[in-house]
Design a binder for this molecule. Structure first.
Ligand SMILES: *[C@@H]1O[C@H](CO)[C@@H](O)[C@H](O)[C@H]1NC(C)=O
Ligand SMILES: *[C@@H]1O[C@H](CO)[C@@H](O)[C@H](O)[C@H]1NC(C)=O
Ligand SMILES: *[C@@H]1O[C@H](CO)[C@@H](O)[C@H](O)[C@H]1NC(C)=O
Ligand SMILES: *[C@@H]1O[C@H](CO)[C@@H](O)[C@H](O)[C@H]1NC(C)=O
Ligand SMILES: *[C@@H]1O[C@H](CO)[C@@H](O)[C@H](O)[C@H]1NC(C)=O
Ligand SMILES: *[C@@H]1O[C@H](CO)[C@@H](O)[C@H](O)[C@H]1NC(C)=O
Ligand SMILES: *[C@@H]1O[C@H](CO)[C@@H](O)[C@H](O)[C@H]1NC(C)=O
Length: 385
């Protein structure tokens, strides 16, 4: 009795654990999304979750904003203390170390131009209705840009060079504090551990999924940003490191999310998976379980046709040819020869087919002899035997 009870309790506990691991959880300021199907994100603007489970930030229509937030606020200074006991005011406490990783993809109709970019950010509010679209990425506006009251930390993936904001190129990763003008930015790339740590360039708008890690360290106030192609594990050396004390920026309770805004070029910004942790490494994302990017254009589907269509056509022609040949042979084999004298003496004759059948195809076994009129065979007529 006692045993069954504890077994039931164990099973109940296990099933609760299993339920928790499929959805994102916020216990201890940690969560993971492996795809977003059924996820409880807070979306606004044109942000949507596709049926495949991709978080799609823009949809191709110009000058629109998109935001997607983890629904619950996180505590960057005060961690909720397990076992109760009020933690008092956290205003004097430093911002904890935190770690973010996510998988994204940028698909633009042009090979090296897409608008305007996307960003991961931490914000005290989910209400960014006053922010401007286009180059402000839906995060700031000409009124709020640079204001310390924003309390916003951003890592931008910028695909347009905007000289007003001193952008270095049209393919950079930038660390921004309270402003769309980056504190530091880096041409997108990674230090390849498989090649003596040499720097390899990456193209943000490559239509391929890529992974990014953002790690903040409380002790050193260092922000490390690392990017890599999806199949490559986290490179040892980050693409960029910025020293900035985020304790002077972030509020204790803040939201984490993604932002994007469209320009005039039809570009899609997708997030495939996302994980986050305070005081620890962001949980590893199982890349084999991520949703697939949409198939692009008629190219890939016509590729199948390109190969199968000629084969099918060739097969069809071959089959028709064989049938025609067979019919022709049949026609020749049973061809009738009509002689002039027949017209006079009436139609008393055996068809060639009947003679052929009667002699089983003029087999030698039925050959009686050969003479001036030709060969003479013995045969049994089917009709009269
Ligand atoms: C994008 O979303 C907006 C707002 O929902 C809509 O008006 C527009 O038609 C959409 N564009 C495309 C290309 O689906
Ligand atoms: C989604 O998240 C919001 C904010 O935390 C919460 O109020 C709501 O109950 C959640 N919905 C579901 C279905 O979990
Ligand atoms: C796009 O790439 C082409 C060559 O591939 C180059 O000539 C052009 O300058 C590039 N445009 C931008 C905006 O980088
Ligand atoms: C969002 O902020 C704007 C001003 O920035 C305000 O007018 C609006 O009422 C706010 N919306 C909500 C839901 O708080
Ligand atoms: C700020 O942006 C608004 C709306 O986009 C625009 O009307 C206004 O002229 C801008 N102001 C400045 C100083 O650029
Ligand atoms: C990599 O990118 C940098 C900066 O954009 C450029 O100077 C360099 O030539 C590129 N290297 C290669 C191999 O393309
Ligand atoms: C960061 O700033 C906070 C608040 O100003 C301060 O208490 C803390 O000592 C700073 N940390 C470092 C490492 O300088």
């Amino acid at each position: 009795m006692n045993n069954t009870m504890s077994l039931l309790l164990l099973l109940l506990g296990l099933s609760i654990l299993a339920m928790n691991s499929t959805a994102a959880t916020t216990d201890n300021g940690q969560f993971i999304y492996t795809g977003f199907a059924g996820a409880n994100l807070t979306l606004d603007g044109v942000a949507t979750v596709t049926p495949a489970g991709l978080l799609q930030l823009t949809n191709g229509t110009s000058a629109l904003k998109a935001h997607a937030f983890h629904p619950d606020p996180l505590h960057f200074r005060d961690l909720p203390v397990a076992g109760g006991g009020g933690s008092g005011n956290g205003n004097g406490n430093d911002v904890h170390s935190f770690s973010v990783s996510f998988v994204f993809a940028i698909l633009s109709i042009y090979p090296n131009l897409s608008s305007h970019g996307m960003a991961f950010f931490v914000s005290p509010t989910k209400n960014l209705s006053a922010a401007a679209p286009r180059s402000y990425l839906g995060l700031f506006s000409n009124k709020t840009d640079g204001d310390v009251a924003n309390h916003i930390f951003v890592v931008e993936l910028d695909t347009i060079q905007n000289t007003d904001f001193m952008d270095i190129n049209n393919n950079h990763v930038g660390v921004d504090i309270n402003s769309i003008r980056s504190v530091r930015s880096y041409p997108t790339g990674y230090y390849d551990d498989g090649d003596n740590g040499n720097l390899k360039n990456l193209t943000l708008n490559s239509h391929e999924p890529m992974r990014i890690w953002i790690d903040y360290d409380q002790e050193t106030t260092r922000i490390d940003v690392t990017v890599a192609p999806l199949e490559i594990s986290k490179p040892k050396r980050p693409l960029g490191s910025v020293i900035y004390n985020l304790s002077t920026v972030l509020t204790d309770s803040a939201y984490v999310g993604f932002s994007s805004s469209s320009g005039d070029i039809d570009s899609q910004y997708y997030v495939l998976g996302w994980s986050f942790a305070i005081n620890g490494a962001a949980p590893a994302i199982d890349i084999s379980k991520l949703p697939k990017l949409p198939r692009e254009g008629p190219k890939s589907s016509s590729k199948v046709m390109e190969i199968t269509l000629p084969i099918a056509t060739a097969m069809f022609v071959l089959v028709i040819g064989v049938i025609v040949l067979h019919l022709l042979r049949r026609q020749l084999r049973y061809a009738e020869l009509r002689e002039d004298w027949e017209v006079e003496f009436g139609p008393h004759r055996f068809s060639y087919k009947d003679l052929f059948d009667a002699t089983q195809g003029f087999k030698n076994k039925y050959l009686l002899g050969s003479g001036g009129f030709g060969s003479v065979y013995r045969g049994v007529l089917k009709s009269s035997r």
